[in-house]
Ligand binder design. Sequence first.
Ligand SMILES: NC(=O)c1ccc[n+]([C@@H]2O[C@H](COP(=O)([O-])OP(=O)(O)OC[C@H]3O[C@@H](n4cnc5c(N)ncnc54)[C@H](OP(=O)(O)O)[C@@H]3O)[C@@H](O)[C@H]2O)c1
Length: 252
Amino acid sequence: MLDAFGQPQSVVVLGGTSDLAGAIVEALVRRRCRTVVLAGRDDQRLGAAATAATATGAQHVSTVRFDALDIAGAVATVDDAFDAAGAADLVLLAVGVLSHERDELDPERTAEVVTATYSWPATALTRAAARLREQGYGRIVVLSSVAAMRVRRQNFVYASAKAGLDAFSIGLSEALRGTGVAVQIVRPGRVPTKMTEGLPSAPMSSTPGAVADAVMAGLESGAPVIWVPPAARWAMGLARLVPQALWRRIPG
Ligand SMILES: NC(=O)c1ccc[n+]([C@@H]2O[C@H](COP(=O)([O-])OP(=O)(O)OC[C@H]3O[C@@H](n4cnc5c(N)ncnc54)[C@H](OP(=O)(O)O)[C@@H]3O)[C@@H](O)[C@H]2O)c1
């Protein structure tokens, strides 16, 4: 059960090998979380993430294999993860694939990015919401992005999928009102992780630790949207008003 400060004792991570998820799981375990279920596609990376969670102090750590390109398998993946957890206080959605300009010319790559960043997460979150409703309590934290707020030319395939996921999460949050289950959306700026390796620095950047701290504070406050850094909220509010002719000239 979530404690009085909103801190979970068990977490299911969809995208359990994500660098950001790793920082968030570490922060959760340092507080009260003792049961960690990591779902991912790569045994070696899952093993490393499980070892890290155990080293931090998690007592029950298990892993579940899935591929986010397999939408038909999403329900079974979520069920396996919930069954491994016993009960899930928190579901963290961290799956996602960044697109680059070269991907625009490749329909298969476009389908992969959209499937792993939007379609699989939306399917899995629908099942996770049903499982949490059965429990009668729980939180869902979705890693969205500032990129979802105003699509840029450089990564529009990814950003459009994130925009879909962000909108889906807002709708899911509304649908779950009054059920005891809440959805929180995290919108980080660029963070140095394996997803952004080799990319230049950008405005509104932060660190995995800062994202984890913001999520911990958000769990406590119950804020429906968690911006990292907080100023991104105002910057992206303004960005949405900038005419496209000007927006395309702004570096980032
Ligand atoms: N880093 C940033 O600047 C930033 C900013 C805003 C939002 N975000 C979001 O934060 C989340 C975590 O990103 P991150 O920065 O931590 O990058 P990351 O380490 O690359 O995490 C992405 C996760 O998605 C998983 N994934 C990708 N394709 C998959 C597939 N087909 N099947 C199963 N799992 C798959 C990855 O698995 P593998 O480990 O096996 O690759 C990894 O666990 C993502 O949703 C991302 O969009 C990141």
